[in-house]
Design a protein around this ligand. Sequence first.
Ligand code: FAD
Length: 511
Amino acid sequence: MTTVLTAPPSGSALPDSADGVRHVIVLGAGLGGLTAAIRLRHRGFRVTLLERHAQPGGRCGLWESNGFRFDTGPTLLLMVDYLRAVFAEVGRPIERYLDLRQLDPNYRVHYADGTTLDVTSRLNGMLEGLERIEPGVGPRFLRFLSETARLYRLGLDGFVDRNVHRRSDAFSPKHAALLLRARAMERLQRLVRRYFRTERLQHTFSFQSLYLGLSPFDAPAIYGLLPYTEVAGGLYFPMGGMHAMPRALARLAEELGVDIRYRHDVRALERSAGRISAIMMADGRRLEADLVVVNADLPYAYETLLGEKHPRIDRLDFSCSAFLMYLGVRRAYPALTHHALVVPRDLRAACSDIFGGRIPSDPPYYLCNPSKTDPSLAPPGCENLYVLVPVPNQQAGRELDWSVAGPKLEEAMLERLERFGLTDLRRHIVARRTFTPADFAHQFSATHGEAFGLAHGIDQVGYFRPHNRHASLGNLYFVGQSTHPGCGIPMVLISSRLVVERIAEEQAVRQ
Ligand SMILES: Cc1cc2nc3c(=O)[nH]c(=O)nc-3n(C[C@H](O)[C@H](O)[C@H](O)COP(=O)(O)OP(=O)(O)OC[C@H]3O[C@@H](n4cnc5c(N)ncnc54)[C@H](O)[C@@H]3O)c2cc1C
């Protein structure tokens, strides 16, 4: 068992013992747990971080094989200012921890008719590419950017980037009026159809809701803010891979004095007198704390760790899942970009399969080749491929046997990738692994094997998403993708800032 125990840095202004200093246990070293731990420690709490796996990052994990280093989860780093903010808040230059590179293009979209579009944050380049697909679209695209910029500000200021657990905060007449005026609740497809005539561009500027595990054909227009963040804010990559991010955060946490303990599986939260009194470890040990912040998936935390059902669990909707393939290949594919999105002939039909419980016969998929930006992620002459296919979650009544479906889908995807242009792919694979919804359930305690946590329909965001503090256990808080504001790296980083602000406010009141 690896236990990493670190003393607070000498000369630190932070209190470092239990003499009057409140002790917080953070359960889970995902990006939410790591950044909550950093922020709490910076505010003077004594912090212990417990993680069941041997490495930090949770879904932002790493798999190494035969000299290949695969990021296992997130690959697109957007809204990078929220990451910079974590380091800035504790007065550390991010450059000392991470080498972030802006990508150009952001990604390449491959359409079924063989045409492509490079989505880039260089406006001229973007306009040129769009004109090739839809002549005359330039001014309409600029108006689309301006409308989605408004949605971005409205979404972030009004609902995402602040605590909304009080009804009065969530339902201000001012924000309701702004939402109505911005047509934020109309269909996303309606929004894109106002600006783009070709189906190709309508898909290009709406598929991003899939990042949240939400069908672009069911999503509300407010999610038009996602393509805006890509074009306006750009896409970044940490050299060393996405997993460099949780590693850097774990290093920062330890430097500040957070006591990180890997391979520490929590089995239960013990309660008494309306509070969590202790954490029970799987090996039988009992750890006491003044406050507990849970980064594990919230429905699992309620059901398994607390032994109670979330009051709305039976009505909660879960995001779709993902079938992932990590392929180390002994050759290069020069035509590939770092990020590529492959759109099928009928995206609507594919989405209706995914969200209706079936694996589509012609699915959209995303292909990542990070060795294009950082060759050190694969041995010389080799490349590192990551394939993500959105697939149904395992919600009751639609469970698939992934021990059968997985190998079939893997073979179908390898064939598809060869047809797509990855010539002789199968002959060149030297490292391979798949990850299925069954693995999400097993490794991350995802209730229905979903990849992206709770769904992000309008009835499950803001005030309607499970709140970041338990309703009756006053010292139990939640951080991460299943609480407010939701899934995705920037959202999870926001969630940690919001929960720490709430803790500071509520615990100051109590003392
Ligand atoms: C395949 C995939 C691709 C994605 N792509 C992107 C992307 O490109 N860009 C983007 O911004 N977002 C992306 N996301 C979403 C993003 O990765 C997540 O929203 C984010 O990483 C979730 O972080 P978290 O801290 O909420 O939870 P997690 O990462 O799930 O962390 C929770 C932690 O709690 C630990 N834990 C759970 N139970 C226990 C227990 N009982 N005892 C101890 N520890 C426990 C887990 O081991 C884990 O480390 C993707 C997600 C997936 C799955």
